[in-house]
Design a protein around this ligand. Structure first.
Ligand code: SF4
Length: 451
């Protein structure tokens, strides 16, 4: 079986490429070329039919929602509900990251419940099942890890976060720089670090990279090169260990792509806002523009309870500078397992953030929606406002909960509504204004919208 990447290189436009093109409203050839160059990835695993979205250069920034049990809270119905909620509120992909209970059957339930492309971290299952049997991850058998990866690929997993870049060289950097203020926060990174240090052996996912690539290729799974040493504190951001891992992941991405495997390179983590641009630039340069999956990023460490906001700020800037894929963060990050409501909040915060970033990254293609909203607000056209909103449900709900005395307005100003006060005086000038602004070289283009 040929992978989507191999088929794209041969000039073929596959049904998956067509579907991804439709999702982003671009032509299929744009997707084919992006896939062929390693700039765009799409779902290719033939074992599961799912919605195909393109992630990468020139496309809208996509949002991932992660769900999953923990050892402390194992409520399968809640996880299924969280997956459905993520899909309902507009997540583009889902990561099923359960670490408590029967991991295979939870995953099966989630895969059945939704139509989104699903990603996993197979190392979790291999590590957890080893811990259950032997009490420590350091006893994990590399063969068991590779078998687990292949089994999950056979279930139809679209992309897998795999921490190939956490190798002995990276851990040396970590020691030489004097460890970190915030420690290690990636679960996959921590499992592998403990395994490498205890056994004094190389990471099998790095040492046996061809074995891993063979599995990814057999099932056309996207290899998402995990950021196992991502900073978990803004003061650790962009340090030598993180950059060393990025260099290794970028080299692996180049090699895996040359063997027909689609790749994503993952990034941090926690980053102060003045380092976001540098992180995106470095990742893009080092990986030859492989899609960049930014995890958050969280931009301050002092907002527990509101980390969906601190990460939305980071996501907006990341998306503006060129990140392609954002993992959402929910309000209880660092505090507790998210609830269904937290998933909804996390998805909405990330969707707003990526829209804000895409307004700069993709310009008019995205900004037209804001223009439509502006005009609907000016004209007090509430139905268009609802339909243009990122969450029409929420907008409707709020206005309906406090109905105005004058139905044209809202209860914010009531009869003092400024838009209504001046409505009618400027109607004759609208056409003139539209033409003038359309002719202004650097002004907004408004050719298609009826004002
Ligand atoms: S009442 Fe105030 S807030 Fe509401 S639409 Fe009019 S100007 Fe806007």
């Amino acid at each position: 079986m040929k992978t989507q990447l191999e088929r794209a290189k041969e000039g073929e436009i596959t049904p998956q490429m067509e579907e991804a093109a439709g999702y982003d409203n671009v032509c299929p050839e744009f997707i084919r070329e992006g896939v062929a160059r390693g700039w765009i990835v799409i779902h290719g695993n033939p074992h599961r039919k799912s919605r195909v979205v393109g992630i990468g250069k020139g496309l809208r920034t996509k949002v991932n929602a992660s769900i999953g049990t923990s050892p402390d809270i194992i409520d399968i119905e809640m996880e299924v509900e969280k997956a459905r909620t993520a899909e309902k509120y507009g997540a583009d992909t889902l990561m099923e990251l359960s670490t408590g209970g029967d991991l295979t059957s939870i995953r099966a339930r989630v895969l059945k419940a939704i139509n989104l492309s699903v990603g996993t971290v197979p190392l979790y299952q291999a590590a957890i099942e080893t811990i259950r049997k032997t009490e420590s991850v350091v006893n994990m058998d590399p063969d068991f890890l590779f078998d687990t990866i292949e089994k999950q690929a056979e279930e139809g997993i679209s992309f897998m976060a795999i921490h190939c870049g956490v190798n002995r060289l990276v851990l040396e950097r970590l020691k030489k720089q004097g460890y970190r203020f915030g420690g290690l926060v990636s679960r996959g990174g921590a499992f592998l670090t403990a395994w490498i240090e205890h056994n004094q052996k190389e990471n099998p996912l790095y040492e046996q990279i061809d074995r891993l690539i063979d599995i990814m290729k057999r099932h056309d799974v996207i290899l998402s090169l995990g950021n196992g040493l991502r900073a978990g504190a803004v003061h650790d951001s962009t340090d030598r260990a993180q950059i060393q891992e990025l260099i290794i992941n970028s080299e692996i991405a180049e090699y895996a792509q040359s063997r027909g495997v689609q790749c994503i390179v993952e990034g941090p983590g926690h980053i102060p806002i003045d380092e976001i641009e540098a992180n995106v630039l470095l990742q893009k340069r080092l990986s030859n523009n492989a899609p960049f999956y930014m995890l958050g990023p969280i931009t301050t460490d002092v907002a527990p309870g509101y980390d969906h906001i601190s990460s939305a700020i980071g996501a907006a800037l990341s998306s503006m500078y060129g990140a392609d894929f954002i993992c959402y963060v929910t309000p209880p990050e660092h505090l507790a397992l998210p609830t269904v409501e937290d998933v909804r909040e996390g998805v909405m915060a990330a969707r707003i953030a990526t829209h804000v970033g895409d307004m700069v990254k993709l310009k008019d293609k995205i900004k037209d929606r804001d223009l439509k909203m502006a005009v609907a607000r000016r004209d007090l056209d509430w139905e268009t406002q609802y339909n243009t909103a990122i969450s029409s449900e929420r907008a409707r709900e709020i206005r309906k909960s406090r109905p105005p005395m004058d139905e044209d307005t809202c209860t914010m100003c009531g009869k003092l509504c400024s838009l209504k006060t001046v409505k009618g005086y400027y109607q004759p000038y609208l056409e003139k204004g539209r033409k003038k602004r359309a002719e202004t070289p650097n002004g907004p283009k408004i050719p298609t919208l009826a004002l």
